[in-house]
Structures are given as C-alpha cells and as structure tokens.
Write a protein that binds this ligand. Structure first.
Ligand code: HEC
Length: 222
C-alpha cells in the first residue's frame, strides 16, 4: 500500500472509531430506502420469519457491529459477507437506525429500548421522572419540563434505540448548571422509583441504571 493510501486508510479508521464512540449517526428515512434491498430475506420491517435473520428492534450498536463485522470478515456468512462489501459506514448507520426503530415481534435480541416498552414507555418514564423531580425538595425546581426532549433522546440513544446523542452534547448541555452529586443521585433515584412503579423487571432496571451511572462524569460539576 502506498504511504498516501495508508494515511487515508488510517484517517478513515480514526473517523470510524470516533463516530462509533458517539453512537450511531444514521437517518431512519435514508435507512428505510436502503433497506428495500434487504427486505427480501429480512422482511419489510426486519421481522423475518427465520429467527436468525430477525433484525427488528435490535440495538443500533449491535446492528452496526454485526454489519461492520460482515464487511470486514470478522463475522462469517457467505451471503452477508458479499452483500455488506458495498455498504459504506453511512449506509450501515442509516440501516442500523431504521431496523432499531422497528417494533420487534419477539424480544430475544431486542435492544433495552424495546425491552423497556419502546417509545411510548420511554416517553412516559421521562414525563413521570420529571414530574417527581419537580416536586422533589432535594432538587428545588432544578429539573424542568424543558429537559424532557434531551432526556428522552439520551435514554433512547443509550438503550440502543433509534436516536443520536453524543457525549459532548451532554457535557455542553450541563455547562454552567453546577449539577451536584446529590442532585444527580436524586434524579437517578426518582427514575428508579418510576421504573418500579411501572413494574420494569429487575434485569432491565439494572441494565438501565448501569447505563446511567457512567453519565455522572459528564453531568456533575460542569
Ligand atoms: C439473500 C438474503 C439476504 C439479503 C438480501 C440480506 N441478508 Fe442479512 N442475513 C441473511 C442471512 C441468511 C442472515 C443470517 C446469518 C447467520 O445466521 O449468521 C443474515 C444476517 C444479517 C444480520 C445479523 C443478524 C443477527 O442478529 O445476527 C444483519 C445485521 C443483516 N443480515 C443485515 C442485512 C442488511 C442491512 C441487508 C441489506 C443491505 C441484508 N442483511 C441483506 C440474508 C440476507
């Protein structure tokens, strides 16, 4: 490989790694158009009759990793290896967004987003958490309804749903707010009591808490 090509390949890899780190940056509509080609084997919405080919409602992370795995040969399947060669990183992001947004017929490989109940359940969880937090003396009006869209997108992206949200957005969204550890803990506790009230199973609850805990770093003390 010539040095110039090697350098551009390395830059390409760098961009890939950085974009992976901030989550899928795909577009659902673009993905829908591109999925026509896949629907013969995977079903119009990714709910193929053959369980091994079901993609509906998987996490954007899992879909992206599998497609990239086929493309790079890390995962072997004769048909998918050849088909994925023609896919760009953008195609993979768009397709991952589209399939992550489709309601799965069964939850076996479904993202946490769908195991928690999908968009309606997520919206209700956020609305209730904000309601509890507004009335919470530990927070004294610090969390308002204006946070709802951000919180929804953040939870949707973190649970593998079809949303884009980057860690950097989180940091700048909290800049100057001086959120304390105690305030972060209070919101997290309110969220857990909403999950309990909604009877979210222990496994899903723990997974969600496990995703939220590391966000402390980009929220507290900014
Ligand atoms: C000719 C049929 C065919 C077409 C067309 C096809 N696939 Fe596949 N795909 C398969 C089969 C079969 C499997 C199961 C592979 C296995 O069992 O390892 C699969 C597996 C996958 C998986 C892994 C699923 C999982 O949960 O492990 C993904 C992701 C995927 N395909 C995406 C796509 C996308 C995106 C397209 C369109 C660009 C596409 N496929 C087009 C046949 C096809």
């Amino acid at each position: 490989m010539k040095p110039a090509r090697l350098i551009s390949a390395l830059i390409g890899l760098g961009i890939l790694l950085v974009s992976n780190a901030v989550g899928a940056a795909g577009n659902i509509q673009e993905g829908a158009a591109k999925s026509m080609f896949c629907s013969g084997c995977h079903g119009i919405d990714g709910n193929a009759p053959f369980p091994g080919a079901r993609m509906a409602g998987q996490s954007t992370q899992r879909l992206g990793q599998n497609l990239m795995g086929f493309k790079t040969g890390q995962r072997f399947h004769p048909v998918m290896n050849i088909l994925s060669l023609g896919l760009t990183k953008q195609d993979i992001d768009d397709l991952s967004m589209f399939y992550a947004a489709q309601k799965p017929l069964n939850l076996e490989h479904a993202s946490l987003y769908w195991r928690l109940g999908g968009p309606d359940a997520l919206n209700a969880t956020v609305a209730e958490t904000i309601k509890l937090s507004k009335a919470d003396p530990r927070l004294a009006g610090r969390l308002s309804g204006a946070c709802a869209p951000q919180l929804k997108t953040q939870l949707c992206a973190a649970t593998g749903g079809p949303c884009t949200h980057s860690g950097r957005d989180m940091k700048s969204a909290h800049k100057g707010l001086n959120v304390s550890d105690a305030e972060f803990g209070a919101v997290a506790q309110n969220l857990v009591s909403v999950l309990d009230a909604f009877k979210v199973p222990e496994k899903e609850k723990n997974e969600l808490v496990g995703l939220i805990a590391p966000m402390r770093g980009v929220i507290v003390g900014q």
